[in-house]
Write a protein that binds this ligand. Structure first.
Ligand code: OOG
Ligand code: NI
Length: 305
């Protein structure tokens, strides 16, 4: 079944709103697009295919993936594979775009398993999230793009204190990121395999990014490669934002980053002419081993380098 065109229009408006806030918060987005135009890789930003976008959530009652995913499944996104990150205490799923809109981004949504944290960290998180006593997505009119856009960018809980942020940071960098950044877009992803020859492999694109002095996440090596070789990813280190906390205190903390994905053509389609290759012919989904290191794009081990 295809999703109604009204829903697709609403989805486009919601995605546009997310990208607009994201571009404002992450100067590397315009920096990379401008460098690509300057290098004559593209003529305009519209030529970039957005491979996927990602969100982070708190796994507590009324929030987390179970709540957040309802927004995008409403527009026809389909839930696919699950991923587990034992050390980081995270769970995640990816969602395929609505049938008939195959050029829209996939969505990757992760969730912190809050109950696995220390008593102290759980108490801090619940101090904020316990004010959410019913699922806020249930109260949203998902056909109203303005309302959904406002929801994704509004505070879900009280402004955190610097002290609480720092206590969480010491135990879970992900927890600290979500308590401040909430549902702001965590990253968008440039599909490098659809760029012109010379820039259409992750190795070539990373060389270009390095030549332009973008700071890249080095956790586990700059280029993360799935065991099957089909999914190759890299990302920038998150940009710092001057964050305002409770009681007027401020702190420079990690905001969002940019990712790059190279999805190789599957072996069974190796003979297809380049002009006929579409998404369905390339490596799909995600890879836990790659993702585990990409999460660290916002961690102090990377931002402090
Ligand atoms: C998501 C990290 C994983 C990918 O493409 O595997 C990821 C995050 O940092 O929230 O983006
Ligand atoms: Ni990603």
């Amino acid at each position: 079944m295809t999703t109604s065109s009204n829903k697709i229009d609403t989805l486009h408006a919601v995605l546009d709103g997310l990208m607009r806030r994201y571009r404002e918060r992450v100067p590397d987005v315009s920096g990379i697009i401008d460098a690509m135009i300057d290098e004559e890789i593209i003529d305009s930003a519209d030529e970039i295919e957005n491979d996927h976008i990602a969100f982070r959530t708190m796994g507590v009652p009324n929030l987390g993936i179970a709540s957040f995913e309802k927004i995008f499944t409403h527009y026809g996104y389909q839930k696919r594979d699950a991923y587990n990150f034992t050390e980081k205490k995270l769970s995640a799923y990816w969602y395929a775009p609505p049938v008939g809109t195959e050029n829209l981004p996939r969505i990757f949504v992760s969730e912190l398993r809050v109950h696995e944290l220390s008593e102290q960290a759980q108490q801090i998180i619940h101090k904020y999230t316990d004010r959410v006593t019913s699922d806020p997505v249930d109260a949203l009119d998902l056909d109203d793009a303005v309302a959904v856009d406002a929801f994704l960018h509004q505070p879900l809980w009280e402004m955190p204190t610097v002290e609480d942020y720092q206590t969480l940071l010491a135990e879970s960098e992900y927890a600290a990121w979500v308590i401040y950044n909430r549902y702001y877009l965590n990253h968008f992803t440039i599909s490098v395999h659809n760029l012109e020859p010379g820039y259409n492999t992750i190795d070539e694109f990373v060389e270009f990014l390095k030549s332009r002095e973008f700071k890249l996440n080095s956790a586990g090596g700059v280029i993360k490669i799935s065991p099957d070789g089909g999914l190759r990813q890299a990302s920038t280190v998150a940009q710092m934002i001057d964050a305002e906390f409770a009681n007027g205190q401020t702190l420079r903390i990690a905001g969002s980053y940019v990712e790059f994905a190279d999805r190789r053509v599957l072996p069974e389609f190796a003979g297809l002419p380049a002009s006929q290759i579409g998404r369905q012919h390339r490596r799909e989904g995600f890879e836990a081993g790659n993702a585990d290191k990409i999460f660290e794009s916002t961690f102090t081990t990377q931002t402090g380098r």
